[in-house]
Design a protein around this ligand. Sequence first.
Ligand SMILES: CC/C=C\C/C=C\C/C=C\CC/C=C/CC(=O)SCCNC(=O)CCNC(=O)[C@H](O)C(C)(C)COP(=O)(O)OP(=O)(O)OC[C@H]1O[C@@H](n2cnc3c(N)ncnc32)[C@H](O)[C@@H]1OP(=O)(O)O
Length: 281
Amino acid sequence: MLRSRTKLIELGKRQLCRSMCKSSELTLVEVDDKTGIATLTMNKPPVNSCNLEFLRALKSAMKEIESNKCSGIILTSSNDKVFSSGLDLNELRQPNPERLATFWKELQEMWVTLYLSNVPTAAAINGHALAVGCVMAAACEYRVMLPDFTIGIHATKFGYVVPPFIVNTYLSVLPHPVVERALLQGKIFSTQEALQINLIDEVVNSKDEALCKCADFIGSFEQTNPVARALTKRQLRAPFAKQLLEDPETELRESLEYINTPLFQESLDQYLLQLKKKNKK
Ligand SMILES: CC/C=C\C/C=C\C/C=C\CC/C=C/CC(=O)SCCNC(=O)CCNC(=O)[C@H](O)C(C)(C)COP(=O)(O)OP(=O)(O)OC[C@H]1O[C@@H](n2cnc3c(N)ncnc32)[C@H](O)[C@@H]1OP(=O)(O)O
């Protein structure tokens, strides 16, 4: 009896306040009719690793949310253990040159779209957020995370140089000495450690609570003028995005050159082997 009542309340809540926006298989967008807040759910099994198609889907969902004049974006995951495992490493391994270039351009564009989004952005981090998964969360204006997960950028641990726009994402959230130590150590933080260094804003116990906190954050801008807010945000963030805005080709060229080096490819092979081995144990 109690169960079916809870179910009915849940169903009622959903019918009352959510309308569907366009969704692809890889992303799901739900817009709250009352607040205009769009929840963008990443849905690429098994672990939301970002391949070309997923980056495209994310970018296009964000652009559509903005053009529909939504009041904000909450980024979250359909997987209750993994927010995102970062770039799909298979895109970087012995790559087809054309696809790799397209992939990296999509990564740049997705990042610029999220980082400089006109609307307030918040991440409900309901699972591990690694490498570019952490970058997506850090590119949002507010982060709330569930306990017992991990977040961070561990590229140097497995032989990757951290690209400048990834460094800059950290720098716009954390003080320079903290960024330096974290990136050079390839440090992955627990939820509690992430809270201590202010990589995240709050810890909550459930995804629902995380979504509510994010909605409250977005609601806190209700009394501001959206154009003034967006332009001020852009002014504050533009220095960190300068290189990708003004000269994306150089970043692209340097990244492609680096990814194609034997050093990078060998490290990647070893790392992928480790990932697979872990699952065979
Ligand atoms: C001068 C030079 C200038 C500039 C430099 C420029 C460029 C440099 C180029 C690149 C820089 C590097 C940038 C890096 C950014 C990234 O985002 S790299 C991605 C790093 N991500 C990871 O390392 C995450 C690895 N994954 C995990 O740790 C776990 O999977 C995770 C904790 C997320 C979840 O654990 P669990 O729930 O147990 O899942 P599984 O481990 O079982 O995973 C399920 C299957 O998915 C496969 N997988 C996981 N992550 C990835 C991934 N990122 N890419 C591809 N595949 C992945 C995993 O192997 C399992 O596959 P299987 O089922 O075994 O087939």
